[in-house]
Design a protein around this ligand. Structure first.
Ligand code: SF4
Ligand code: SF4
Length: 168
């Protein structure tokens, strides 16, 4: 069973209603090097925090892929009934194409769903989509032009949003 240890990446990245916006420190983070939660186990800790576990904590990837070590936070969410989608938030600029690239590739190779990549510091629905080549047709409604090839059978695309524009 994995433990968060010194990681507190989700406390900075996540939107927690009535508490914090995305990409900001939480008022409950301790002012130590790890930014750990001062209300861990206390009633004032939101249920959202208590129930959250990133993909690494759930067993995805290697020990070195813990978000604070890999530079990216991977989660899998059900955005609508039956609609499973992966999200990779960059904890540093360029992480998805840099040291966390292998995480995006591994996710795409082992899951038949798109992976939305949220650019570092942007509190939006994600700028890019990572898709395995054989799923490209199924993802046609949400992908624009190819942005980068991550592996022989996985590529990152500009994300298309409803109404046809691209996230920029
Ligand atoms: S990002 Fe994952 S490993 Fe890091 S504190 Fe949050 S749940 Fe734990
Ligand atoms: S309440 Fe605790 S677990 Fe939730 S975001 Fe704040 S510091 Fe993190």
């Amino acid at each position: 069973m994995r433990e968060c240890g010194t990681c507190s990446a989700c406390c900075h990245v996540a939107v927690v209603p009535d508490l914090k916006t995305g990409w900001t420190d939480c008022i409950h983070q301790r002012e130590d090097a790890n930014g750990s939660c001062a209300v861990y186990g206390a009633p004032e800790r939101p249920d959202l925090c208590s129930s959250f576990a990133c993909s690494w904590l759930r067993g995805f990837g290697h020990d070195d892929d813990r978000p604070d070590r890999s530079g990216a936070l991977l989660t899998v969410n059900e955005t609508a009934p039956g609609m499973i989608i992966g999200f990779l938030g960059e904890l540093e600029p360029g992480a998805a194409l840099g040291r966390a690239r292998h995480i995006a590739v591994a996710f795409a190779e082992h899951n038949d769903v798109p992976l939305i990549v949220v650019e570092h510091g942007r509190d939006d629905a994600g700028r890019w989509v990572v898709v395995r080549d054989d799923l490209r047709d199924r993802a046609a409604q949400i992908i624009g032009q190819e942005y980068a090839r991550l592996s022989p059978d996985v590529a990152m695309y500009e994300r298309r949003r409803p109404g046809d524009g691209l996230y920029r």
